[in-house]
Design a binder for this molecule. Structure first.
Ligand SMILES: Cc1cc2nc3c(=O)[nH]c(=O)nc-3n(C[C@H](O)[C@H](O)[C@H](O)COP(=O)(O)OP(=O)(O)OC[C@H]3O[C@@H](n4cnc5c(N)ncnc54)[C@H](O)[C@@H]3O)c2cc1C
Ligand SMILES: Cc1cc2nc3c(=O)[nH]c(=O)nc-3n(C[C@H](O)[C@H](O)[C@H](O)COP(=O)(O)O)c2cc1C
Length: 435
């Protein structure tokens, strides 16, 4: 989101617009009426809820105190994930409410799935075209507009060239199981080197990892489709080619089914039952089908065999990165990042299922291997500036991870806190005791 907002600002400034980029969390209600043009970028969290930074602005805008906005021109870029029931709900809510308050759309809202770059670029191009056309018609000269762009986050502090679209190949330095022998659970403590990346983080941030699918699932899909794995497929609009085995391993999502995927599979196969499932009025059956099934189930259930590797991969979405709360303090471990990962596995429809990233980290990632990573900033989740401020940390299970980073930071910067009592997970003596 932050990267998108910054890119958009740069493009608008390059076109001669005057741009103010502001987090919704910092936007004062009385500023709203002064904004002429508003580009609102927002994701959806929870079950169709606004992200933390947007909550107060969302509530204000939906309250009776919200002003009339008849002179406002706006457009919304909504970020979300089609695997959620309430896809891009917050963006949809803002879009609807701004219209109700009298605002006029610059261009229609765009709803982005997890792989948002293409949709976001298209929306940006449309916004720029509409604004430039608007100016030409209104005044005949390229003018500056008072543009406010409301985003969910602050300016980026890292100077690194590595990012979500250009991840750093980071070396694994340590990979330990924290659970005792015989435990049903597996939780890994993983240390990763950021040396040479210039990537910086603060306690509260996450490490995002692009995972690889389980090789056995890939083989099972190849077998089910009757492919050797060597078939070439084009994986993006730039014409990049890969062997289908590699594309299934690292490029495409295989373990989550979404409505857009089923809709495209229905069109591809012409399967009557699948076509019925994606029609309006069948939402409950659709949700029930999507839950706990993966691409291999879809292939078996609706006989996708017979379609080419290109046909099938063209309807898959890109595998999204997984986020892990960083459990180290950068003050204590410069150029390193530690994470605490619980291995996900469960049985569904008679087959053992493996969480993609957590299983890769637990079962296949070895010391010396490299992982594509980037830092996901989380400005809403920080230690208080004043070290005397009392803190209550609630972190069940691997939820303890960021608190290890908080405690490590306090220890390293010589700001020990007074201890209260702790319950359950021992957060006053965190995982650092394993070292
Ligand atoms: C901000 C943030 C911070 C996070 N921090 C941490 C952290 O510090 N440590 C950590 O371990 N994780 C953390 N996570 C979760 C992590 O990102 C991954 O979601 C988790 O590791 C699972 O990913 P995976 O690829 O292994 O599993 P996936 O392949 O993504 O599978 C997980 C999915 O499997 C499905 N599933 C799971 N169990 C069942 C079941 N019994 N029946 C049916 N379906 C099921 C669910 O749909 C679930 O979403 C964090 C997530 C976020 C958003
Ligand atoms: C806990 C959680 C809940 C989410 N809930 C939804 C949801 O209800 N609807 C949706 O479309 N996307 C949902 N998403 C997906 C996010 O909107 C999507 O990943 C987005 O790109 C996040 O952008 P951000 O990290 O900048 O907030 C959720 C993500 C998380 C981590």
């Amino acid at each position: 989101m932050k990267g998108l907002a910054q890119q958009l600002s740069r493009r608008l400034e390059g076109e001669g617009f005057q741009v103010t980029t502001i987090s919704m969390g910092d936007l004062k209600p009385n500023q709203l009426k002064k904004i002429e043009k508003l580009l609102l970028l927002v994701s959806t969290h929870g079950e169709g809820d606004p992200p933390d930074a947007a909550i107060s602005f969302y509530e204000f805008l939906h309250s009776k105190r919200a002003p009339k906005l008849e002179s406002l021109e706006f457009s919304v870029l909504a970020l979300g994930d089609t695997s959620y029931e309430f896809f891009c709900q917050t963006g949809k809510d803002f879009d609807k409410r701004l219209e109700e308050l009298g605002g006029k759309r610059i261009v229609d809202r765009a709803d982005c799935d997890v792989d948002f770059d293409e949709t976001a670029t298209e929306w940006t191009n449309q916004v720029l075209a509409a604004l430039n056309v608007g100016h030409a018609v209104a005044s005949g000269i390229p003018v500056q507009a008072n543009m406010s762009q409301v985003t969910g986050s602050q300016a980026d502090r890292s100077s690194s060239t590595y990012s979500r679209t250009n991840p750093f190949m980071a070396e694994i330095l340590e990979n330990l199981n924290l659970n005792g022998r015989g435990s049903e659970r597996e939780t890994r403590h993983i240390e990763i080197s950021l040396e040479g990346s210039d990537l910086q983080y603060q306690p509260g941030d996450c490490l995002a990892i692009y995972p690889e699918n389980h090789p056995q699932l890939v083989q099972d899909i190849l077998d089910a489709m009757g492919w050797s794995g060597d078939e070439q497929v084009t994986v993006n609009k730039n014409g990049e080619q890969k062997q289908v085995r590699d594309a299934l391993l690292s490029h495409y999502e295989l373990t989550v089914l979404t409505k857009p995927l089923l809709t495209q599979a229905a069109a591809l196969t012409g399967h009557a039952q699948l076509q019925e499932l994606v029609q309006a009025g069948h939402e409950a059956e659709l949700r029930s089908y999507l839950n706990g099934r993966d691409l291999l189930d879809l292939i078996h259930d609706f006989s996708l065999k017979g379609h080419t590797a290109q046909e099938l991969t063209s309807i898959l979405r890109k595998i999204p990165p997984r986020q892990y709360s960083i459990s180290s303090s950068p003050a204590a471990y410069p150029e390193e990042v530690h994470i605490t990962v619980r291995t996900v596995n469960y049985e569904s429809y008679g087959r053992e299922r493996y969480g993609v990233c957590s299983t890769q980290l637990a079962k296949r990632a070895e010391v010396g291997d490299h992982l594509p990573v980037y830092i996901q900033q989380n400005d809403q989740f920080r230690l208080p500036d004043n070290p005397d401020t009392p803190i209550i940390m609630i972190g069940p299970g691997t939820g303890v991870a960021p608190f290890r980073a908080f405690l490590g930071e306090r220890e390293e910067t010589g700001q020990p806190a007074k201890h209260g009592s702790s319950m359950g997970t021992s957060i006053s003596r965190p995982i650092s005791s394993i070292k």
